[in-house]
Design a protein around this ligand. Structure first.
Ligand code: SF4
Length: 236
């Protein structure tokens, strides 16, 4: 089979191929939500509702959570700034599905090779500048976030070929910080090539049915297979 990769799946595979195998191939130990992912998902739904329906943040899940309730006013102001930007189009929770030729396709299409979801996208009036916004809870991991930002840049350039500049902003709700990564259309060939090479490694594991274990404290800590009777290499 030819695999469709996403940033999350590639990250899982690279952290431990066996973990990917357990989660996505055999599905014997599928991903199980933990308190961190539950909180992150609640934050995404809350902000999505605020952007789509103007639902108040002040009565949302963010307002009752001790880590984010002090960020409500800050976030509301930030959203107002985003909403005041002159834009030719905005998209909330935009699903991106691409073929190997970087053309758009249906999410479940057989020839889909890459999937991504963009939390919030603002296109400038002249269509040459895209602002991508990603909501985050928890801590900032620069290496991972730059990687994710380059994926967003690649997706934006596939969907909107007239874009010349991309700002990817990661909004951290807990500590009220914004991390901004900038790209231009000239970065696209290198980004594509890099992800293609990484996706080829994932494809090779499918082709050869080769899923070696790669234990690590952090990787195993949040691995569903790290249970009695599960992965024998788990770090407990
Ligand atoms: S428990 Fe650790 S080594 Fe085993 S599959 Fe999970 S991440 Fe990999």
């Amino acid at each position: 089979m030819t695999v469709a990769w996403s940033f999350t799946r590639l990250d899982c595979f690279e952290s431990c191929p066996a973990k990917y195998w357990y989660q996505y191939v055999t599905k014997r130990y599928p991903f199980v939500e933990n308190e961190h992912t539950t909180r992150g998902n609640a934050a995404h739904s809350t902000i999505e509702a605020r952007l789509k329906t103007k639902a108040s943040l002040r009565t949302s899940a963010l307002a009752v959570n001790e880590k984010t309730r002090t960020s409500i006013e800050w976030l509301e102001q930030l959203l107002l700034v985003y909403e005041s930007l002159p834009a030719s189009a905005t998209h909330v929770e935009l699903e991106v599905a691409l073929t190997d030729q970087y053309t758009q396709c249906h999410w479940m299409a057989k020839n889909c090779r890459h999937r991504a979801k963009i939390d919030f996208l603002i296109l400038s009036l002249d269509g040459t500048h895209a602002l991508v916004v990603d909501w985050k809870t928890g801590r900032h991991y620069p290496a991972k976030v730059i990687d994710q930002a380059s994926d967003y840049a690649m997706c934006v350039l596939a969907l909107f070929p007239g874009v010349r500049h991309i700002d990817a902003q990661f909004v951290y709700l807990d500590d009220r910080s914004v991390h901004d990564y900038k790209f231009t259309f000239k970065d696209n060939p290198v980004i594509r090539e890099t992800f293609e090479l990484r996706a080829a490694d994932l494809q090779a594991s499918y082709d050869n049915n080769h899923w070696p274990v790669k234990p690590s404290d952090n990787g195993c800590r949040f691995c569903s297979a790290n249970v009695p009777g599960g992965c024998p290499s788990g770090v407990r």
